[in-house]
Design a protein around this ligand. Structure first.
Ligand SMILES: Nc1nc2c(ncn2[C@@H]2O[C@H](COP(=O)(O)OP(=O)(O)O)[C@@H](O)[C@H]2O)c(=O)[nH]1
Ligand code: SF4
Ligand SMILES: [Mg+2]
Length: 391
């Protein structure tokens, strides 16, 4: 469980005014001393993210934030960082000091994110007053210092909220093909493949096939032809985007073919929007600006796709080289408005909520957005075939 990647964990953000007791609550939930707790306003600067087991729910990521309504010198920087981290939150714990009237402005937070109101420092007010506030806030959770029961109650609320969401979470392949389907997964084992293991999208798809009663035969491009002949019926071939062209030539027309990154794009966000975004490549010129979003830095083969392969193919496709700008991880430019196209990587290290927030922001600002896999398919002239099953 400790090994569950952050991108696959539900993210829970602890939010509220400075000094409301966020870091104290964060530590209590984690059961250790990770965030700085202090009675000096604005002690927490950058959001702190910790992996934890929410028993009996499972692995989650807990985020301690600097707080809203921060009046210190660095206040606006901190609030900005807090707002950014909220894009990733699947659940917000909105913390308030029960003794304070000056509550942070809740209007800024994403109204679509489920929120639990948590009142802290309930040990500091009279029981009559507490009773009155409880009556006024029926959905809220009340925490008194030293009460384990309050914490257990809060954890139960968190679990029931997360479970509600889980029912809406999509699978990668389970809703596309029936149980019993036969898949061939093409995973090139070349110099770019990590030593001794498969990459996350490949592992995720294998697991999803198993969860949905599908059979997956894992091959390299070299053994694909043999596998196609040996397997009587093949319902879908899924390939690494980089081997798309070679695999496309091997897989007969009557068999569906797509890529890992297209399947992941579909399960993580709005596939139609990403597909449409790829068409904007045709309209790029030398003076266009393309924003490249990379989920992480650790994978040099991906760096090669985003920094070398895609720019080269675009240059060849439009006969000019637009300007490419790169952002990595969760960092983003102030606005998307300056760009003519956004191309993001497979986003396997970025959680679903963040991907959704980016797609929504791009749509709102009228900027087309696509991803590496879809862009590669487009640039190799095989987008139509690869997207057929997914649209
Ligand atoms: N009495 C009492 N004090 C609390 C409680 N929760 C937090 N505090 C205190 O409130 C102050 C601010 O807490 P902190 O967690 O740093 O607030 P943050 O700025 O929201 O992270 C600290 O001195 C805490 O010890 C509580 O439930 N009861
Ligand atoms: S660069 Fe993107 S697709 Fe590649 S491993 Fe990182 S998050 Fe995943
Ligand atoms: Mg704090």
């Amino acid at each position: 469980m400790e090994k569950t990647p952050l991108s696959m964990r539900k993210h829970i953000a602890v939010l509220g005014s400075t000094n409301a007791g966020k870091s104290t609550l964060f530590n209590k939930l984690l059961g250790r001393d990770d965030a700085i707790v202090s009675d000096v306003s604005g002690t927490t600067t950058d959001p702190v993210i910790k992996a934890m087991e929410l028993i009996p729910y499972g692995p989650v990521a807990l985020i301690d934030t600097a707080g809203l309504g921060d009046t210190t010198e660095l206040g606006s920087v901190r609030t900005d960082k807090t707002m950014k981290v909220l894009n990733r939150a699947d659940l917000i714990l909105y913390v308030r000091d029960i003794n304070c009237d000056n509550r942070a402005d809740k209007t800024d937070i994403n109204k679509n994110t489920p929120t639990i109101d948590v009142f802290t420092k309930c040990d500091l007010i009279s029981s009559e007053k507490l009773k009155k506030i409880k009556a006024e806030n029926p959905g809220a959770v009340f925490i008194c210092e030293g009460s384990d029961d309050d914490l257990i109650g809060l954890k139960q609320r968190m679990i029931s909220e997360l479970k509600k969401q889980e029912r809406d979470d999509g699978t990668i392949i389970g809703d596309l093909l029936p149980r019993g389907s036969n898949l061939i997964l093409v995973c090139p084992i070349d110099s770019e493949a990590p030593k001794g293991r498969l990459i996350l999208p490949q592992v995720q798809l294998i697991r999803d096939c198993l969860d949905h009663g599908m059979k997956a035969l894992v091959v390299t491009p070299e053994t694909l032809g043999e596998a196609l002949t040996e397997l009587g019926r093949v319902d879908l071939v899924v390939t690494d985007s980089q081997a798309f062209k070679a695999v496309n030539a091997i897989v007969p027309e009557n068999i569906n073919l797509t890529s890992f990154s297209m399947l992941l794009a579909r399960s993580k966000g709005n596939f139609a929007q990403l597909r449409e975004g790829a068409e904007a490549i045709d309209g790029l010129t030398e003076s266009s600006k393309v924003l490249m979003l990379e989920g992480c830095t650790h994978n040099t083969s991906h760096e090669d796709i985003g920094r070398v392969k895609i720019p080269k193919l675009i240059e060849k496709h439009i006969g000019a080289r637009p300007r490419f700008e790169y952002f990595t991880g969760y960092s983003l430019p102030e606005s998307f408005g300056d760009y003519d196209l956004i191309i993001q990587c497979g986003m396997c290290m970025i959680n679903k909520q963040e991907v959704r927030s980016r797609l929504a922001a791009a749509a709102e600002q009228g900027v087309p957005i696509t991803n590496y896999g879809i862009a590669l398919a487009k640039l190799n002239g095989i987008l139509k075939r690869a997207a057929e099953l997914l649209t």
